[in-house]
Design a protein around this ligand. Structure first.
Ligand SMILES: CC1=C(CCC(=O)O)c2cc3nc(cc4[nH]c(cc5[nH]c(cc1n2)c(C)c5CCC(=O)O)c(CCC(=O)O)c4C)C(CCC(=O)O)=C3C
Ligand SMILES: [Fe+2]
Length: 319
């Protein structure tokens, strides 16, 4: 029996190794193995970004450890963090089982993704809640923290730094920086269009974060766009970022700063889809492009998580 509160820190999960990619992809596809073409395509993208440990694994491990330290500072001995991944080990259910084995009776779930969608955060929380209830653990979840002032501050700092970096790149690539039409593009993972019929808050929350960060950074010329749509036949939310770059070029834009606010870590969608794929695409269009640094274990981000956890703790009964 433990009177500490368990904190289940949830993230998407990434393969353990190159040989594990097929099992990982099969899990994402709810048990349906990918075709050889799809598998090769995904393997190629990982090969381009992985130099040993898969970056998302390293980043998630460090985020969980840093959050534990932060919680220890603000409330010594009160919280103990566990990791739970959507598509890799330790799975969400395994994280909850680890809590039960340690005698944890009350738990809070939080996802390393600031915006709520029933298809993303909603499904993480549902799995955690079900396992907790089976094991007799009282559970409450943090649904979103997309307007937390410290999250907004951390992103604002990165947009400001990113614009500086972009200006340097523009100067190097075009020999001038004056009068170069520049757009700030906020982006997030696309989802199937059907979320619109579900009244899902995902789009609205993403726009709210974009608006808050643009305002705090003093950015007037910005827009939101989707990225990394799935390879399925159903329609996904658009426009896709590559299409957006093409439109911007037609409108006379020569430079763009990408701010992937729907993600918090360096991983495939950032290191491949933006840094390799989008970068090559913009180069071909003759546009300069940079992206903001990801939050990873940023101290402000860790504080935003710790605050959200402390707030959620108020929903738990007195143990
Ligand atoms: C909303 C959302 C987030 C952000 C919120 C959150 O973080 O939860 C996110 C993050 C991530 N998605 C990731 C990886 C993948 N997602 C895929 C496929 C899919 N993603 C979806 C949604 C999301 N995904 C959906 C609806 C699918 C279709 C299949 C399904 O209905 O589930 C596929 C299959 C191939 C492909 O389509 O590319 C892969 C490999 C990685 C890990 C990267 C790494 O390992 O470095 C991360 C952080
Ligand atoms: Fe995904």
């Amino acid at each position: 029996m433990s009177n500490r509160i368990g904190v289940l820190v949830m993230s998407y999960g990434t393969p353990q190794s190159m040989d594990d990619i097929e099992a990982y992809y099969t899990h994402i596809r709810r048990g349906h193995a990918p075709t050889p073409e799809l598998l090769e395509e995904l393997r190629g993208r990982y090969e381009a970004i992985v130099g040993g440990v898969f970056p998302l694994r390293e980043n998630t491990d460090r985020q969980v450890a840093t959050l534990q330290d932060k919680l220890e500072q603000v409330a010594p001995g009160r919280y103990v963090c566990y990791q739970g991944l959507k598509h890799a080990h330790p799975l969400i259910e395994e994280g909850v089982q680890a809590m039960a084995a340690d005698g944890i009776k009350q738990a809070i779930g939080i996802v390393l993704a600031p915006h709520y969608s029933v298809m993303s955060v909603g499904s993480y929380l549902k799995r955690a809640k079900e396992q907790a209830s089976e094991l007799g653990i009282e559970f409450t979840g943090v649904e979103s923290y997309h307007l937390h002032p410290k999250l907004v501050a951390a992103l604002t700092e990165r947009v400001t730094d990113g614009l500086q970096k972009l200006a340097d790149t523009v100067r190097a690539e075009k020999n001038h920086a004056e009068g170069v039409k520049t757009k700030v593009l906020f982006s997030a993972h696309s989802l199937p269009e059907k979320i619109r019929e579900m009244n899902d808050p995902y789009e609205k929350q993403l726009l709210e974060t974009s608006e808050a960060v643009a305002q705090a950074a003093g950015v007037k010329d910005w827009q939101f766009t989707w990225q990394s749509a799935g390879r399925t036949r159903e329609p996904w939310l658009g426009p896709d970022i590559l299409e957006t770059f093409r439109t911007l070029r037609e409108e006379g834009y020569e430079a763009a700063l990408v701010a992937p606010i729907g993600f918090v870590s360096d991983h495939l969608e950032v290191l491949y889809d933006l840094d390799i794929e989008a970068k090559a695409f913009t180069a071909e269009l003759g546009m300069s492009m940079e992206r903001i640094a990801m939050l990873n274990s940023d101290p402000y981000y860790m504080e935003a998580l710790a605050d959200s956890i402390a707030e959620a703790a108020a929903n738990l009964g007195n143990a």
